[in-house]
Write a protein that binds this ligand. Structure first.
Ligand SMILES: *Cc1c(COP(=O)(O)O)cnc(C)c1O
Length: 861
């Protein structure tokens, strides 16, 4: 064929249409037979049920890992073909059906709840890494608590915020700098669903900001039988600035923080009302962030039930519990009063208060320029608690300014020591041993300490094999996940291979992971690098340390500390012996706590309010080595872990650090390393296994959330619910009576006259033990009765500044009333020699008060 090409000089380029791309969503199409997977993926029950997690992993191991264990994403991404395979996989279907059946049974058993109805408020919840609404300890605690509430059939609903970005993901640069990455959450890929009211409308609420209104929509997370409602302000109705309100957890400035707390407190109550949960018996304020719930409830009572402010406050206080978590005054949220006024200036009128009265709810003295959210919470709560025994005492000191006239020891501030959710944090291998030896009902009977005691029946070999196995798994996990991170940040291949090859699955392994705040003293271990190098490099008895933790983006000192540890970890003598792993999250925490031999904690006392990570360790046979602070004060038993002493030896922190570092090295050299490496003929370290057994028998059972929720029920929920019901019965009869009485007392209090005041001569000089010294007080009560005013003597230790130690407090007997005068008498009788101070005071009395500080009147005579 001939072609005449010569004449063709130019071919016109084609004109091609641009494609008109249309959006197409291919939704995963889960076959009918596999439908239960969908339901299982939407209730976080799977988080603490190992078999369900394993079932998800079986669907597609790779996607499961890539999705960071997110079943919603998993089900979206699995191919149709894979579903078809599974549909025909008999054993998979059987397993799924049995799990689903268990889930349904679990839910049915919880249609009937136990105890008073609780509404729980928290700024953060750590339920699973895929739901990024937590930063650390406080959130994980709240998350564990919701899981436990479901397990224990508690009647509880919870409220929080849904953050678009949550808290940051930590990446460590080659130089050891912390980089904070914020990733937006796509709400369709996390286990939240729109929350509907009874008419089927997506619930939305509003909060007034100056000159505008903030709108928020409400989402629901299901945690077994518990619902968590999350408020989301990142919606079109709000201006850009206000959409930011729920972008970051602990991000933005103080103003944003105030906006968040208004949303959580005021908005939270509004959301519950719309959702049909306006009827809780107890409102539990987890930390002061949510303290405005009290204001909003007062407002509702004033409007709906026509109560006065004072009556409404009486009702609200009776039904509110405030849990404080912060051991330092500066840690309590406070807003400058000008900022506070900008946002809240119209609120007092809604509850019939003047601005001056209103702002005193968050202050101790009028001249203070900040409004303190913990003071607000304390003023509107009958119950207040710290989160460990020691922290309960510390909280009394912090909140003492609110209760003038009382010694801190006398304050009605209790404690409930934090616990951890056994099913979430315990390795499946340990769970198997526990079921085998403690009985198959163990998980529902964690409070039966005799069951835990059966750990002594487990052969040493079995325990040791398990521990070895878990340590190996941890080392594998580290190698797989973290080699990848190091490649990404361009660590040299030589360094990476040296680190990986020197990680030793049989070496004594110590974990230290937590928030990098300087008070946690992560640097302590590095006081003497030569000595540390000797400890880790003993060829027969090697030791390795694994660090992890985030520093707050604004905390330069914390970040410097991370950098320092990263630098140390690259020195030749510490390669593969000291390791810093990036992005401490729940999954990493779990791997570490299950795999290491010792969990180390070195806070400056008493700054660790409770701490919970070590509690996760002890249920996994991980021995705890810590300063006696927080929960460890109650947890430590000789032969079940190690402790740095309770008493502080030096006032100068640097000296104390030096001493503590010495103690740590000594303990490692003299006790810990030998106990780990002294083996019997079967290569089992008997002493070490003995430590593990004692830890599980005598430490672990006290620090479960099962114990924790029981304590809340017994110490706070039940008595407060009972009193709350009495106050509100018969159209708030008792609440009104108490207010009437308080108002009468307040009016007459200053008129009461002290007519006589006599104390036996001797008392002004020395008094002798065993002898009685009569004291007598005569009061003109101005019409009040002797039942309404008490007199007591308070003895304290000599000295002790403005908060001396209480020795004794004794009430005077009323011996008679005549001619309007009431006589009080006491025979003082001392049993211990020493120098004391004493003073006498009078106080209002009414058996309907929950405790003395409920009505702050007090007069020293
Ligand atoms: C348990 C846990 C915490 C809290 O641990 P502390 O002992 O209070 O420091 C913080 N972060 C993560 C990821 C945890 O799992």
């Amino acid at each position: 064929m001939e072609m005449n090409t010569e004449g063709v000089r130019f071919i016109k380029g084609p004109v091609v249409d641009m494609p008109n791309w249309k959006k197409l969503f291919v939704e995963s199409n889960i076959p009918e037979k596999l439908a239960p997977l969908k339901e299982l993926s939407k209730n976080l029950w799977w988080v603490w049920n190992t078999e369900t997690r394993e079932l998800f992993a079986k669907i597609d191991q790779e996607i499961w890992e890539e999705s960071v264990h997110n079943p919603i994403v998993l089900l979206e991404q699995v191919s149709y073909q894979r579903f078809k395979e599974l549909e025909n996989d008999e054993s998979f279907i059987q397993e799924m059906d049995s799990i689903y059946e268990r889930f349904q049974k679990y839910q049915q058993e919880r249609e009937q709840k136990i105890g008073p109805k609780i509404a729980y408020f928290s700024m953060e919840y750590g339920l699973h890494d895929s739901l990024k609404i937590f930063s650390g300890g406080l959130g994980i605690l709240a998350g564990d608590y919701l899981k436990e509430a479901s397990d224990s059939k508690a009647d509880l609903v919870a409220v929080g915020l849904l953050y678009r970005y949550g808290y940051f993901k930590q990446v460590i640069s080659l130089q050891g700098d912390q980089m904070a990455n914020y990733e937006a959450q796509q709400f369709s890929k996390i286990p939240v669903q729109p929350a509907f009211d009874k008419d089927g409308n997506w619930v939305r609420i509003e909060v007034e900001y100056p000159g505008r209104t903030l709108h928020a929509q409400v989402w629901e997370v299901k945690i077994g039988s518990v619902s968590l409602y999350l408020l989301d302000a990142d919606i079109d109705d709000n201006n850009e600035n206000d959409r930011f309100v729920t972008h970051h957890l602990y991000g933005g400035d103080n103003e944003n923080r105030l906006k968040q707390e208004m949303l959580l407190g005021l908005g939270g109550i509004r959301a519950l009302n719309k959702l049909g949960h306006a009827d809780a018996d107890i409102y539990h304020c987890n930390e002061g962030h949510a303290a405005m719930i009290g204001l909003e409830r007062i407002h509702n009572l004033v409007v709906d039930s026509k109560l006065t402010y004072a009556e409404a406050k009486e009702v609200v206080r009776a039904s509110t519990l405030f849990t404080t978590h912060t051991p330092v005054p500066a840690g309590h949220d406070a807003f400058h009063q000008d900022l506070f006024a900008m946002y809240m200036k119209d609120y007092p009128a809604k509850i019939n208060l003047s601005w001056d009265e209103f702002i005193m709810l968050g202050k101790v003295a009028p001249h203070e320029d900040h409004f303190n959210m913990s003071f607000l919470a304390a003023n509107l709560s009958q119950g207040i608690n710290g989160v460990s025994m020691l922290h309960g005492d510390v909280s009394k000191h912090i909140l003492k300014p609110l209760f003038q006239g009382y010694l801190s020891e006398e304050l009605n501030i209790g404690y409930v020591t934090n616990g951890v959710h056994y099913a979430t944090w315990t390795a499946k291998e340990w769970k198997a041993i526990h079921l085998k030896y403690f009985g198959k009902d163990f998980t529902n009977n964690q409070l039966d300490f005799d069951l835990w005691d059966k750990i002594y029946k487990v052969p040493d070999q079995e325990i040791w094999d398990l521990k070895q196995d878990l340590r190996s798994k941890l080392i594998d996990y580290i190698k797989a996940r973290f080699a990848d991170n190091w490649v990404k940040r361009n660590e040299s291949p030589k360094l990476i291979s040296e680190v990986l090859s020197s990680l030793n699955p049989n070496a004594l392994t110590i974990g230290f992971a937590r928030r990098f705040a300087t008070y946690k003293r992560a640097h302590l271990l590095f006081r003497n690098l030569d000595r540390l190098a000797k400890i880790v490099n003993n060829p027969e008895r090697p030791v390795q340390f694994i660090f992890a933790g985030k520093a707050h983006p604004a905390d330069k000192a914390g970040q410097d500390l991370i950098k320092y540890i990263v630098e140390i970890s690259k020195r030749p003598e510490f390669l593969g012996k000291i390791l810093f792993l990036q992005n401490y999250d729940m999954n990493l925490a779990k791997q570490l706590l299950q795999g290491v031999d010792i969990w180390l904690n070195t806070p400056t006392r008493p700054l660790e309010a409770s701490g919970t990570s070590g509690e996760k360790g002890v249920m996994n046979g991980t021995l705890h080595f810590s300063v006696l602070d927080g929960w460890w004060v109650e947890g430590y038993k000789e032969g079940a872990g190690w402790a740095l002493p309770l008493e502080r030896s030096y006032d100068v922190q640097d000296f104390q650090d030096e001493l503590d570092a010495q103690t740590i090295y000594n303990l490692f050299e003299d006790e810990i390393v030998p106990a780990f490496y002294d083996r019997n003929a079967n290569d089992v370290p008997e002493e070490w296994v003995g430590y593990i057994k004692k830890t599980q028998a005598q430490v672990a059972p006290n620090f479960t959330t099962t114990r924790m929720i029981r304590d809340y029920q017994e110490r706070f929920y039940a008595p407060q619910a009972e009193r709350g019901a009495r106050l509100t019965a018969d159209d708030f009869k008792l609440a009104r009576e108490i207010v009437g009485w308080k108002s009468k007392l307040a009016e007459k209090w200053d008129d009461i006259e002290v007519k006589e005041f006599e104390i036996a001569d001797g008392i002004t000089n020395a008094i002798r033990i065993g002898e009685e010294y009569p004291a007598r007080v005569v009061l003109d009560l101005k019409g009040l009765s002797a039942d309404e005013v008490g007199v007591e003597i308070v003895m304290t230790e000599n000295g002790g500044g403005d908060d001396p130690e209480l020795i004794e407090c004794k009430t005077f007997d009323v011996v008679g009333s005549q001619d309007g005068l009431t006589t009080y008498k006491l025979n003082l009788h001392l049993t211990h020699p020493g120098a004391y101070n004493y003073a006498i005071r009078m106080f209002p009395k009414n058996e309907n008060l929950p405790h003395r500080q409920d009505f702050g009147y007090l007069r020293w005579l």
